[in-house]
Design a protein around this ligand. Structure first.
Ligand code: GTP
Ligand code: MN
Ligand code: MN
Ligand code: MN
Ligand code: MN
Ligand code: MN
Length: 191
């Protein structure tokens, strides 16, 4: 797929794809706060939190490029967990960065998710493009701040935060109302 040329020979638009891998959880923190899912994000080299993935090289299809980036960045074994069109969630254009962004999501078992997470520090890009795996706290403490609300006050690359919240609702991990409450609480303590 690679380059898509703009009008009048402008800088080409590029395809990029990122992915959310998650597993339903249910483990209770201090027997009190149920963690709804293990969701894998990462600390990027630039200090932003984002999802693994990247830009397609010339001639690559989106899924091929995504699987290559996932192998480079988190050591995902393509023979075991390969992203296909069925995992596609949404696509959109960002004109300022001249990117055609594609987002994917895959549900795996908790056991598989922990295995995937363990492999991340052996990935080629660990210590370079990727500074480490991050789990999203999928619970909120009784003060209504700690947990997901505080997590959402981090800096996210591009639309990674919106993609995270969109998938949490789409995959029925949390309801729209629960997500809205976490966002409101996030704004409240920031003020
Ligand atoms: P290089 O190999 O260094 O080119 O990086 P890469 O191919 O891994 O690209 P990267 O993952 O940085 O993604 C390219 C661009 O996509 C970034 O500059 C961001 O603008 C955007 N981006 C990165 N991660 C995400 C994400 O999780 N969600 C969204 N929406 N955009 C992202
Ligand atoms: Mn302690
Ligand atoms: Mn990369
Ligand atoms: Mn990347
Ligand atoms: Mn790349
Ligand atoms: Mn790279």
């Amino acid at each position: 797929m690679g380059k898509t040329w703009g009008k009048n020979g402008e800088k080409p638009y590029r395809h990029a794809a990122h992915a959310m891998i998650y597993a339903p959880d249910g483990k209770k923190l201090w027997d009190m706060y149920e963690n709804k899912a293990v969701i894998l994000m990462m600390m990027r080299f630039d200090g932003y939190i984002g999802f693994p993935g990247g830009i397609m090289d010339d001639g690559e299809t989106v899924e091929f490029g995504l699987n290559r980036e996932l192998e480079e960045e988190i050591g995902l074994d393509p023979t075991r967990h390969s992203f296909t069109k069925e995992d596609h969630v949404l696509s959109y254009v960002t004109h300022n960065k001249r990117l055609l962004l594609h987002f994917y999501c895959k549900k795996v078992t908790l056991e598989e998710c922990l295995e995937i997470e363990k492999r991340t520090i052996d990935a080629d890009e660990y210590g370079w493009e990727v500074l480490g795996p991050i789990r999203v706290p999928m619970f909120t403490l009784n003060d209504n701040e700690r947990g997901l609300p505080i997590f959402l006050s981090n800096k996210f690359i591009g639309n990674a935060k919106e993609e995270l919240l969109y998938c949490i609702e789409r995959e029925n991990i949390m309801t729209k109302e629960e997500i809205q409450l976490a966002l409101e609480n996030c704004e409240k303590f920031k003020a």
